[in-house]
Design a binder for this molecule. Structure first.
Ligand SMILES: Cc1cc2nc3c(=O)[nH]c(=O)nc-3n(C[C@H](O)[C@H](O)[C@H](O)COP(=O)(O)OP(=O)(O)OC[C@H]3O[C@@H](n4cnc5c(N)ncnc54)[C@H](O)[C@@H]3O)c2cc1C
Length: 499
């Protein structure tokens, strides 16, 4: 590539920003084109009347600390950036129709809570946890920053991580296994089985049999080291990544929608923006979802027909209903920040509207709301199909938000009286602001039924990052996808220098 030819990254989601930051750190000329006027994609924050809302993620661990496994932390370290955090425990409360459970990072405290509900289940849960924590301990020796998505990864691992590779050997069968298999082997108690299904669903959008074991091993291991909220909200992570990108010479262009990825004779030649401007590049990385990339950014003939057809058939997790509230905080002194409410035990936890997630980050960071107030984000799955911006839209939006209000009433019984600001988001809102196909949470690729695609595509010079590539959905996973992509575009020498 000539020194004039930049690498263009379409999208400033966490996956795009991590790839961009690292490539800038490796000395590449990098331009991130973000369609929205704010960076961060699903992780962006927005401000209304003094309330700072997280649009998506709010549950984080391993953002600080010396030997964190979190790929975000590894990228921030590589860029020479850091963020401030507020640690907290219990990390959340799960509210089932029959009872509520405090979930602690500290495993002993968590087991005690489980023991109160089901003594036998608590024992079985510990066996389940031990099996997965064994895998976490083995994974710990190999930082994500040492991985790349081509065969050269073998060279790096053999050269630098032989003892850690040896530790992984007993867990090889577990790496591709589903959490459901581990659960079947260790847990009979139906209450704990539902709990495990719920924790998997919160992570991957799928229950235990659809979720891969390393994902949950990573979550259990990292959260046992403590959970933390970034001071300033999710925007603090995004801002740190943008600062790091710019510090190393990369550029972020906001309000810069890419209309088309230009391909000639099977090779990328650049991108065309919505304003007609053409940016030439031999390497383009798309952080848009696989459906958006293959359907909207490429011409059908740019991809082999069979590959395109099979990629576009990838099933997608539903979209969301969101309720963003500013509420009065008087008398809510003991409020905690994370809650999950399951309304009806006779319905599946994945049924839209049945499981509601709630985050009230101003209990940790007071600056996210005006004095005497809290900022609330509640959300639940909601199918995209059937939503249209027509005469019934407002009424449907209000009706569908009721499940979120009912969930909030489990935590704050008089929440409706406290509301000073209300914003309701539908799958249309989610798809519009995040530029995501049908507002999806991401691909529904169940363990054993397929693998998340790698960063490579059949088009020379076109790569993909984000939650429709390996390893999958969630902030740590998409940060890992950015690392895998960036590392695959430099030589082993550059990688090991950074390590
Ligand atoms: C409600 C919700 C709660 C969540 N909670 C958590 C949590 O607590 N913890 C956790 O770890 N994960 C959580 N997640 C998941 C996590 O937020 C996502 O998996 C992750 O942020 C997705 O990042 P990404 O890199 O795939 O890209 P995205 O966030 O999808 O960003 C892609 C970017 O590309 C841009 N773009 C798309 N098309 C174009 C174009 N043509 N031109 C220019 N730009 C374009 C978009 O505008 C967007 O900014 C949550 C997600 C949601 C929705």
């Amino acid at each position: 590539m000539s020194p004039q030819s930049p690498i263009i990254i379409i999208g400033s989601g966490i996956g795009g920003l991590c790839a961009a930051g690292l490539l800038a750190r490796y000395g590449k000329q990098v331009i991130v084109c973000e369609s929205h006027t704010m960076a961060g994609g699903a992780a962006h924050s927005f401000r209304r009347r003094g309330f700072e809302f997280d649009s998506g993620p709010s549950f984080y661990c391993g953002l600080t600390g010396k030997d964190s496994l979190n790929p975000i932390k590894q990228v921030l370290d590589a860029l020479g950036e850091s963020i401030q955090v507020i640690p907290y425990d219990p990390l959340g409360h799960y509210h089932f129709p029959e009872t509520s459970l405090a979930v602690y990072s500290n495993p002993a405290q968590y087991h005690q809570q489980l023991h109160k509900i089901t003594p036998q289940g608590a024992k079985e849960f510990q066996q389940f946890e031990q099996r997965l924590l064994g895998l976490y301990e083995a994974m710990k020796g190999i930082p994500t920053l040492a991985l790349r998505s081509d065969w050269l990864v073998i060279l790096v691992l053999l050269q630098r991580y032989l003892p850690s590779l040896a530790k992984m050997l007993p867990y090889l069968s577990l790496v591709q296994s589903s959490v459901g298999n581990v659960m079947d082997a260790t847990v009979k108690d139906p209450w704990v089985r539902r709990l495990i299904d719920l924790e998997c669903f919160l992570l991957s959008g799928l229950k235990a049999h659809g979720t891969i074991a390393p994902e949950v091993a990573f979550m259990l291991g990292e959260r046992s080291r403590g959970v933390e909220y970034p001071v300033g909200g999710s925007a603090a992570i995004v801002n740190a990544l943008v600062r790091g990108l710019e510090k190393w010479g990369g550029k972020l262009r906001l309000g810069c929608h890419v209309e088309q990825i230009l391909v000639e004779s099977g090779k990328v030649t650049g991108v065309r923006l919505r304003n007609g401007e053409v940016l030439s590049a031999a390497i383009v990385i798309s952080n848009a979802t696989l459906w958006d990339t293959y359907n909207n950014l490429l011409r059908p003939e740019d991809l082999p027909a069979a590959y395109r057809e099979s990629a576009l058939k990838t099933p997608a997790v539903e979209s969301f209903m969101h309720l963003h509230l500013g509420i009065k905080a008087d008398g809510l002194d003991n409020l905690t920040g994370h809650h999950v409410v399951v309304h009806d035990s006779s319905q599946d936890i994945t049924t839209p509207g049945n499981t509601c997630m709630i985050s009230i980050p101003s209990v940790w960071d007071k600056n996210l709301a005006p004095e005497g107030h809290h900022v609330v984000h509640a959300y639940t799955l909601e199918p995209y199909a059937g939503w249209e911006s027509n005469d019934e839209y407002e009424a449907k939006k209000r009706e569908k938000s009721q499940t979120l209000y009912r969930a909030l009433e489990r935590i704050i019984p008089d929440v409706r009286k406290r509301v000073v600001l209300e914003l309701i988001g539908t799958p249309l809102t989610h798809a519009h602001y995040l530029r995501r196909y049908q507002g999806t949470y991401g691909p529904a690729i169940a363990a054993g039924k397929g693998l998340f695609p790698s960063t490579h595509t059949p088009i020379q010079g076109l790569y993909r990052v984000g939650d429709s590539t390996l390893p999958g959905i969630g902030v740590p996973a998409v940060a890992a996808s950015g690392i895998l992509c960036a590392n695959s575009l430099v030589n082993v020498g550059q990688m090991t220098e950074l390590l």
